[in-house]
Design a protein around this ligand. Structure first.
Ligand code: FES
Length: 279
């Protein structure tokens, strides 16, 4: 059993949870993920690790409450135990030899971008972070990101905090003044696509994390498949990180849209069956 050591709401729908998992903490690296099961009959859910402490044997995940399992998790408290917490899974991000990097996080993507920035900073790399959010209420990990970066730039869509605008505007501005060895972008697929386009304009290498595409994290459901450099890859097996210049973002977004449409149809059908709407 894996005890919850700390649980904290970072905003009304995002929770940070630190779990006692010494074997995972011993080996996990930035970019890798774990699969947890909240209780005996619960589903397996993959989460990319947001932080870890090898000495204490603790691993931290950050998640948004979007479905049954994350709702259940958010109701568990410090001292409660998860029934399973397996990992590390996936491939670590390749960060060796990077001297100057810009790490971009979009919304919850900041939870995955943070350990990458921390590892780069620990390696002596100069790190700029661009963190984008819809508005002030959704800002997370500001102090943590500040602590591991030379410069932290926060942008919000509505200008309620930091600078008003998109992360890509800031990326273009910074890239026009500094030469980076690497861009790392983690967030919604559309944000990663536009970061890739901006990085291409400045001839910069870019790594993107396709962690948000994962469903069961086992390589069997097919939910995370993606075309990279003309080949079919699976984020949970071959990633989650990929060379952003090789990812076929358009087909990925098309598939996401079709999933969303199917989901909406399913919800409407269900409501119709239980008599909550007219057929
Ligand atoms: Fe199911 Fe990768 S998450 S195949």
């Amino acid at each position: 059993m894996f005890e919850i050591i700390e649980k904290k709401f970072l905003n009304p729908t995002v929770v940070k949870m630190t779990v006692n998992a010494p074997l995972v903490a011993k080996k996990i690296k930035p970019g890798q993920f774990i699969i947890l099961v909240a209780h005996e009959k619960g589903e397996r859910v993959p989460f990319t690790v947001a932080d870890f402490d090898r000495e204490k044997g603790h691993v931290t995940v950050i998640y948004q409450i979007v479905g049954a399992t994350t709702m259940l998790l958010s109701e568990m408290n410090e001292g409660d135990c998860l029934s399973d917490f397996a990992g590390p899974l996936g491939n670590p991000t390749k960060l060796e030899g990077v001297k100057r990097a810009v790490v971009i996080g979009g919304g919850l993507g900041c939870a995955i971008a943070y350990p990458q920035a921390k590892a780069l900073s620990n390696n002596g790399c100069e790190v700029d972070i661009i963190a984008g959010f819809k508005n002030r209420d959704l800002v997370i990990l500001e102090e943590e990101m500040k602590a591991v970066s030379n410069n932290l730039y926060i942008t919000t869509d509505d200008g309620s905090y930091g600078e008003k605008g998109l992360v890509t505007d800031k990326l273009r501005l910074l890239a026009s003044k500094k030469k980076y060895d690497l861009v790392i972008a983690i967030g919604p697929v559309i944000m990663m696509k536009f970061c890739e386009m901006a990085a291409r304009e400045f001839d910069l290498p870019i790594i993107v994390s396709l962690n948000p595409m994962m469903i069961d994290g086992t390589g069997m459901c097919g939910g995370c498949r993606v075309r990279v450099g003309g080949e079919v890859k699976f984020a949970c097996v071959d990633g989650p990180d990929f060379d952003g210049h090789l990812v076929d973002f358009d087909s990925l977004m098309k598939r996401n849209r079709s999933y969303a449409e199917e989901e909406q149809k399913g919800v409407a059908k269900h409501k119709c069956r239980i008599g909550r709407t007219e057929p």
